[in-house]
Design a protein around this ligand. Structure first.
Ligand code: NAD
Length: 494
């Protein structure tokens, strides 16, 4: 991992990536720490407004040539980047473990999705560029053409950082925009800097992709430049709805377009005709991948009463077998939570439910930041973890029996979020019919709530945000220009 190799073998000092170059080391830095043991991973550059100004200027200067580049030329670059991602698989697994606490299983999932998305995006330059329209005026030709916006500025989160950073800048770039990324301060390498290294090697033109990192608590100065610069035409944000509200208010004042990929509550319905073993497997993966720190993790399962006890027993057995520990151990599935605040949040919510009379099936204990995957049943409706009012971003799952599938479908949607949902059933037609009544951006029948594929659009409704990934992102990252060409003398009223 070149970016992690410091002088004399110590932790690296990373810099910003602006206009195709790594800014000279020096100036303020901040420590990037391993969430498992606070070990120093790197010293990262602490940037601010000045670096953001330079990065936006570089992206703006690179925009005309990138927007005009032939689709085949851009395709060649994306395919090359995909090959580099695959080649660096093992280093990336190590990076995501030490910087983000990701298990090998989760890192491999992200790497696979990333190179697959790069290969998908490689073809998007050939998508239809618009429509020819009918005109009522004789001799007039009318058309709409899609054109890129300009500079798209991206905020990337620390969780699932490697894949989500690609999603933040690759989609705009595939449609001809240039980008500036502000990665999460908790994982600046996996959330942006490593991508710069990959794109640099692939030969992307200088300025098309820029990264500015910052110390904790210092995001606002960079964000301010994104909102104030006329060159920035869109903000692509992936993160919490709490931050999205702050940025959204600011975007409103600047009249700036925003794409928002936010959190979720992600219910699962296990219907009375479901294969219990399959449901147990899907829910274990859906709830506990990355120790519950993914926007699409399942938070609550509604199970037909006739299957409830068998399901809970099977789930407890499978979950208790998940190895907890240092994610650099390839056997480990449950690594550390990102920081102490995350541990405090989940623990407080588990205690709150237990104090109100919930039953602890398994988990509920912490060893440092390693929180045991936790299942609760008999959770009173006013416990925070079951209300759907706020996502619990950790390994906590609530299981509840139901007698009436229609009532369960309604209850599962009593949340302000609308990202993903899933239905487990032996009757695919029944599952399909019920799925269409879920008010979510994503719904899976007989798969976990987080059964993502690079080509399939991810995105939410309600407080989970707006915008879609996959080639549907053309709607978010291009605008339409209407053009008419008239050949005959005009007729005017005066
Ligand atoms: P976050 O909202 O704390 O941070 C996201 C980004 O915003 C980071 O780059 C952060 O530095 C920046 N930021 C935070 N406060 C800011 C401020 N005041 N001004 C400017 N920038 C600021 O989210 P997080 O903790 O990094 O990520 C976890 C959240 O993201 C969860 O809610 C999760 O569900 C959500 N998420 C959603 C998706 C999706 O695709 N829908 C994907 C991943 C994560």
């Amino acid at each position: 991992m070149t970016i992690l190799r410091g002088v004399g073998g110590g932790p690296a000092v990373t810099s910003h990536f602006i206009d195709g170059g790594w800014t000279a080391p020096g100036g303020r830095t901040f420590p990037v720490r391993n969430p498992l043991d606070d070990g120093l991973v790197a010293e990262a550059a602490a940037g601010g407004r000045e670096e953001a100004v330079a990065a936006v200027a570089a992206a703006a200067a690179a925009f005309p040539a990138w927007a005009a580049m032939a689709p085949g030329e851009r395709q060649r670059l994306f395919l090359k980047a995909a090959d580099i991602v695959d080649r660096r698989h093992e280093e990336l697994v190590e990076l995501m473990a030490i910087e983000g606490g990701a298990s090998r299983a989760f890192s491999a999932f992200q790497i696979h999705l990333s190179s697959a998305m790069l290969r998908q995006a490689a073809g998007w330059g050939y998508l239809p560029a618009g429509d020819v329209l009918r005109s009522d005026i004789p001799g007039r030709i009318a058309m709409v053409t899609r054109k890129p916006l300009g500079v798209v500025a991206g905020f990337t989160p620390w969780n699932g950082a490697f894949y989500l950073a690609w999603r933040t800048f690759l989609l705009p770039m595939a449609f001809g925009n240039t980008t500036v990324i502000k990665p999460s301060e908790l994982a600046p390498i996996s959330a942006g800097l490593i991508h710069a290294e990959i794109l640099e090697e692939a030969g992307f033109p200088a300025g098309t992709f820029n990264v500015v990192t910052h110390a904790p608590g210092e995001a606002a100065a960079i964000a301010e430049e994104f909102f104030e610069s006329p060159a920035v035409r869109c903000i692509n944000f992936t993160g919490s709805d709490r931050t999205a509200r702050i940025l959204g208010e600011r975007a409103g004042r600047a009249l700036k377009r925003m794409v928002l990929e936010l959190g979720g509550f992600n219910p699962v319905l296990v219907l009375d005709d479901a294969d219990v073993e399959e449901a147990v497997k899907a829910v274990t993966f859906g709830a506990f991948l990355h120790q519950g720190q993914v926007c699409m993790n399942s938070r609550k399962v509604y199970v037909a009463r006739s299957l409830h006890d068998e399901f809970v027993d099977g789930l407890a057995e499978r979950v208790q077998a998940l190895k907890i520990g240092d994610p650099t151990d390839p056997e480990v599935i449950i690594g550390p939570l990102i920081d102490d605040r995350a541990v405090e949040q989940i623990d407080a919510r588990v205690r709150d439910a237990l104090d109100r009379g919930a039953t602890l099936v398994t988990g509920g204990t912490a060893d440092g930041r390693l929180y045991a995957p936790t299942i609760l049943t008999h959770v009173p409706p006013d416990a925070i973890c079951t209300t759907g009012a706020d996502e619990t971003f950790g390994p906590l799952l609530v299981v509840e029996p139901f007698d009436d599938a229609e009532a369960a479908l309604r209850a599962a949607q009593d949340t302000r979020y609308g990202l993903s949902a899933s239905i487990m059933t032996g009757d695919r037609a029944r599952g399909l019919e019920m799925s269409q009544r879920f008010d979510t951006g994503i719904v899976h029948v007989n798969a976990p709530t987080m059964a993502s594929e690079a080509a399939l659009p991810v995105g939410g409704v309600k407080d989970s945000g707006w915008g879609r990934s996959g080639h549907y992102a053309i709607e978010d990252f291009t605008e339409l220009r209407m053009t008419t060409v008239s050949g005959e003398p005009g007729r005017y009223p005066f």
